[in-house]
Design a protein around this ligand. Structure first.
Ligand code: ZN
Length: 137
């Protein structure tokens, strides 16, 4: 499928509590919610800390570096908008700061991806949003 015929990928719906996350992505920074009570950084954004249920939260810009925790190579996309990308890597990345994110590993051969592979965040422009993706370092 050529670029011109590409079906656009869906954009995430931005919830109120995730607005700072997506704002930081627009600046190509990865910021995650931070619990002032127990110092936990966590993902995904929510209104309380998953460790201690505290609601006094802030945001912390994290390194964007991590390692592949788990992954799968997708050969048959469930969505037409991803057909142009097959085969692609769907992965869980464990950030240096601890949280795990489901994302894609891009800009490399899918056969090169392996568990514990060092990766860093990069951002994919999608409409008026920037979506965090990861690539080898
Ligand atoms: Zn906490």
């Amino acid at each position: 499928m050529s670029e011109n015929n590409a079906v656009e990928k869906p954009q995430p719906k931005i919830t109120r509590c995730a607005q700072p996350y997506w704002q930081s992505c627009l600046q190509e920074k990865l910021s995650l919610p931070y619990c002032k009570a127990c110092d936990a950084v966590f993902y995904y954004p929510r209104l309380w800390c998953p460790g201690c249920f505290n609601q006094d939260l802030d945001w912390k810009t994290v390194s964007g570096r991590g390692r592949v925790y788990s992954y799968s190579v997708v050969h048959q996309s469930p969505l037409p908008s991803y057909q142009q990308d097959v085969p692609y890597v769907l992965a869980v990345i464990e950030l240096e700061e601890g949280p795990r994110m489901m994302t894609n590993v891009i800009n490399c051969d899918v056969d090169a991806v392996h568990v514990d592979m060092p990766v860093a965040v990069t951002f994919e422009q999608r409409g008026d949003m920037k979506i965090p993706q990861f690539q080898p370092v």
